[in-house]
Design a protein around this ligand. Structure first.
Ligand code: ADP
Ligand code: MG
Length: 675
C-alpha cells in the first residue's frame, strides 16, 4: 500500500488530541491531508513599510528583531514581546501564549511577518504574526482553521505529507488525459497547491485539481446513467396514443409542450426506465405535459404518481389533472397529510386495487403502508425541494418505474450538467400563445402609495393581486411582521377590498380555504409570504407587488413574478426596495428588462455566484472542494466532451489506462452504485 494512505497518526507530532481534531475536519489519512486545499495564500513578497501599516488591518512586514523582551502574565495568559524594526520605524511583535513561536525568533535575524497591526499609546504592534525567516519560500498557504489546529501545525503536517508523497510516486489521471489537456502531474499539483514556487504554479496546480474533481464527478454521473440503462422496466406500447387527451384539453399544446410529451412517450416505450428532467420557464405549461404522460400510462394499464412539495401545489395539481382526466374515465385521487384517517383508508384501498390510476399528493404518498397496484410512472414537481432520498423512495414503490422530474427554476445549462448529470433533459422553450410579458417596475418605498393605487385600479377592473411580504424565514418575529403588514394594508391601501393572508405557519386546512377563496375570487388580494413562490396558478391575478425585493435572488423573483401573466390579461409586477446599492440597482434592472427565466438565472449566477443554486438545496451530490462553478464553467463544458469520448471508447472503464478513473469514481460514490 502506498504510504500516503496511512492514517495521519503516523506523521510526526500528531497525538490523540490533534488526530481527533483532524477527524472532525474529515481528514483521516495523509492522502486526505494532501487534499486539504488552502483557501488562499499569503504572499510574503508583498511586504510594506511599517509606516504604511494601517491599524486594524492585516499586512506583511519585513522586520529585524532588535530585542527579546521579558514576558508578561495577564491572568492565565502569557504575553511575549519582541522589539523590531524595518530600518525606518520600530514596532513591537506580540505573541500570545505561544512560547514555541516566540522562542523561534532570534535577535538580529530578519523575518517576514504576516499579522494584524494595532496602533496604541505605545506605538505600533503586530499581533501573533505568522513568521517566515528570510530566505524561505515566500508564498505561504492559508487554511481554514478550526479550534486547536493552528496554521503552523497544519502547514508542518502538510509539509511532511508532501515529503512522504514524493517518496511514494503516484498518478490519478491517465497519461493521455494529462497530455491532451495540458495538465501537470498530480504530485506537482499537490505540492504546489500548498507550497507554490510562484502564484502561477499554484494556479496551474489548482487547474489540474479542479479538472480532476469535475471529471470524476461528471464521469460518475454519466456512468451511473449508462448503468441504469441496463435495467428493463414497464415497457409501454408505442401504437397507443393520447389523442382523446389532447382533444379534451381546453387549449392546444404549444410546440414545445408537444415535443416534450413526444420525448416522454418515446422514453416510456423503451425497455430502460426513463430518467428525465422537464425544464420549462414559469407558466410554460408543464402540468399539461405531465397529464399527457399520465394518460399514456393509463392507456397502457399503469398507475402514475405525481408528488408536489406543498399541499397547496398538490391540491392544485389534483384539480388540474382531474379536470383533464376524469372526463376520460381516469380516476384521480389526492393524498396529503391532512386527509382524514377514514378517507385515507379508503384511498389506500383503492390505490392498492388499482381503481385510482393517477395518485397526486405530497410526500404522504411515499409512506410505508401505501401500496400501489401497477405504478409505472413517477413524476416529481419542483423537485429541488425534495431530498434525493424522498425522490428515490417513491421510485421504489414501483417496479423500476419511469421517472420524470419537473423543474420550475430554469437552471443554466452548465449547472444542470452537474446537478442533473444523470438525467435526460426536455426543455419547453416557449410560453403558450397570447401571453404578454409581465411589465415590471422597480420603485422605492416612497412610491408605495402609487403602487397600491395601481393595484386598486386592477381590482376595480375585476382582476386579483398578490402582495408578497417582507419576510425571509418563517420565524415568529417575521410572522408578526406579515400579520402586522396585513392588518395595516387592509386598513389602509386596501381598505374596502377583500384580502386574505397566507403563510407557512397556517394549518393545511386554513391554507386550503384561503387558496380556494382566492381561486374563486372571494378574496381579491392575497397577502402572502413566499409560499406562493412555486407553481400557484390563478390566471385572473394580474398584479404582484413584492416588498423588500432586494432580499430575494433573481430566480426567486422570477418565480414570484410568474404567478401573474397566466391568463389573457395585461399583467404587472412591482418590486419595492429601498436598497440603493449599485448591485441592487443592477439586479432590479435585469428584472425590469428580462422576462426569460434562463437568462435571468445566468445573470443570477454571475451576480451572486452559485451559492443560490447550491445553497440550501439538497442535490445529493458530493460537494466540490476545489472547482469553482463560476470560473470553471468553461472547463465543465470541456470535461463533458471528454467524458463522452472516454465512455464511447471504454463504456465499462475496463481498459488498464482508465483503471485509475474507475478507482477515483468508486471512492467518490457508494461502491455499490458503480461497482
Ligand atoms: P408551469 O410550467 O409553470 O407549471 P402550468 O402547468 O401551471 O405552468 O401552466 C400555466 C397556465 O397555463 C395554466 O393555467 C395552464 O392551464 C395554462 N396552459 C398550459 N398550457 C397551455 C397552452 N398550450 N395554451 C394555453 N394555456 C396553457
Ligand atoms: Mg408548475
Amino acid at each position: 500500500m502506498n504510504e500516503i494512505y496511512k492514517p495521519i497518526e503516523s506523521l510526526d507530532k500528531i497525538g490523540k488530541a490533534r488526530t481527533e481534531k483532524y477527524h472532525k475536519l474529515g481528514i483521516n489519512t495523509i492522502y486526505d491531508l494532501l487534499y486539504y486545499i488552502p483557501r488562499d495564500y499569503v504572499d510574503f513578497r508583498k511586504y510594506i513599510p511599517v509606516s504604511e501599516a494601517k491599524s486594524g488591518e492585516y499586512c506583511v512586514l519585513k522586520l529585524k528583531i532588535t530585542g527579546l523582551l521579558a514576558p508578561v502574565q495577564v491572568r492565565n495568559m502569557m504575553i511575549y514581546k519582541a522589539s523590531a524594526t524595518d530600518g525606518e520605524s520600530d514596532i513591537t511583535v506580540i505573541i500570545y501564549n505561544n512560547f514555541y513561536a516566540f522562542n523561534a525568533l532570534q535577535k538580529n535575524a530578519v523575518y517576514y511577518m504576516y499579522g494584524k497591526v494595532n496602533e496604541n499609546l505605545y506605538g505600533r504592534e503586530i499581533l501573533s504574526p505568522q513568521c517566515i525567516p528570510e530566505g524561505e519560500v515566500l508564498i505561504q498557504p492559508k487554511y481554514k482553521l478550526t479550534a486547536g489546529l493552528t496554521a503552523n501545525m497544519i502547514r508542518a503536517n502538510i509539509k511532511q505529507s508532501v515529503e512522504i508523497m514524493k517518496n511514494n510516486p503516484f498518478e490519478t489521471l491517465p497519461e493521455y488525459i494529462l497530455r491532451e489537456n495540458n495538465l501537470c502531474p498530480i504530485m506537482y499539483a499537490l505540492e504546489n497547491i500548498h507550497f507554490p514556487e510562484s502564484m502561477e504554479a499554484s494556479e496551474i496546480s489548482r487547474k489540474r485539481l479542479a479538472f480532476e474533481e469535475i471529471l470524476t464527478l461528471q464521469l460518475s454521473m454519466a456512468f451511473i446513467k449508462s448503468r441504469n440503462k441496463n435495467h428493463t422496466a414497464n415497457i409501454m406500447n408505442r401504437n397507443l396514443n393520447v389523442n382523446e387527451f389532447l382533444e379534451n384539453l381546453p387549449f392546444e399544446l404549444t410546440d414545445g409542450q408537444k415535443n416534450a410529451l413526444d420525448e416522454i412517450i418515446s422514453d416510456l416505450c423503451c425497455d430502460t426506465p426513463m430518467n428525465r428532467l422537464l425544464q420549462g420557464d414559469v407558466g410554460s405549461g408543464k402540468t399539461a405535459v405531465a397529464g399527457g404522460a399520465c394518460y399514456f400510462a393509463f392507456k397502457n394499464g399503469f398507475q402514475s404518481a405525481l408528488m408536489a412539495p406543498t399541499e397547496i401545489l398538490a391540491s392544485q395539481h389534483y384539480a388540474t389533472l382531474s379536470g383533464f382526466l376524469e372526463p376520460l374515465g381516469v380516476h384521480v385521487c389526492l393524498l396529503t397529510g391532512s386527509v382524514t384517517a377514514k378517507n385515507r383508508r379508503d384511498i389506500k384501498e383503492k390505490i392498492k386495487s388499482g381503481f385510482y390510476s393517477v395518485i397526486v399528493g405530497t410526500h404522504a404518498i411515499i409512506q410505508k403502508d401505501i401500496e400501489f397496484n401497477s405504478l409505472a410512472l413517477v413524476i416529481t414537481d419542483e423537485q429541488h425541494r425534495f431530498g434525493v432520498g424522498q425522490r428515490s423512495a417513491l421510485a421504489e414503490k414501483g417496479n423500476l418505474p419511469h421517472k420524470l422530474v419537473m423543474s420550475a427554476t430554469p437552471i443554466p445549462r452548465t449547472l444542470a450538467l452537474i446537478i442533473y448529470g444523470d438525467l435526460d433533459v426536455s426543455v419547453i422553450n416557449q410560453l403558450p400563445k397570447g401571453r404578454k410579458p409581465v411589465s415590471t417596475y422597480a420603485v422605492t418605498g416612497k412610491l408605495r402609495e402609487r403602487a397600491f393605487s395601481f393595484v386598486r385600479k386592477a381590482l376595480n377592473e375585476g382582476r386579483q393581486a398578490y402582495v408578497v411580504c417582507p419576510m425571509i424565514e418563517e420565524s415568529d418575529s417575521d410572522l408578526n411582521s406579515v400579520k402586522a403588514y396585513y392588518e395595516y394594508a387592509r386598513n389602509n391601501f386596501l381598505k374596502g377590498y377583500s384580502s386574505g393572508i397566507l403563510h407557512g405557519k397556517l394549518s393545511s386546512a386554513e391554507k386550503e380555504t384561503v387558496m380556494s377563496d382566492f381561486k374563486q375570487g372571494k378574496i381579491q388580494v392575497l397577502i402572502c409570504t413566499t409560499v406562493v413562490e412555486v407553481g400557484v396558478d390563478v390566471p385572473n391575478a394580474s398584479v404582484i407587488v413584492i416588498e423588500n425585493a432586494d432580499r430575494f435572488g433573481l430566480s426567486q423573483l422570477h418565480q414570484l413574478r410568474g404567478r401573474v401573466g397566466r391568463g389573457q390579461y395585461e399583467s404587472s409586477c412591482i418590486l419595492i426596495t429601498d436598497n440603493v446599492s449599485d448591485e441592487c440597482r443592477e439586479r432590479m434592472k435585469i428584472m425590469c428588462h428580462t422576462s426569460n427565466g434562463f437568462e435571468i438565472s445566468e445573470q443570477d449566477l454571475k451576480l451572486r455566484g452559485p451559492g443560490d443554486f447550491f445553497g440550501n438545496r439538497q442535490h445529493g451530490l458530493p460537494p466540490l472542494k476545489i472547482a469553482d462553478l463560476e470560473c470553471d464553467m468553461p472547463m465543465m463544458e470541456n470535461v463533458q466532451n471528454i467524458v463522452r469520448k472516454i465512455l464511447e471508447k471504454d463504456p465499462s472503464l475496463e481498459l488498464p489506462e482508465n483503471y485509475c478513473l474507475k478507482n477515483s469514481m468508486m471512492s467518490l460514490f457508494d461502491k455499490e452504485i458503480i461497482g
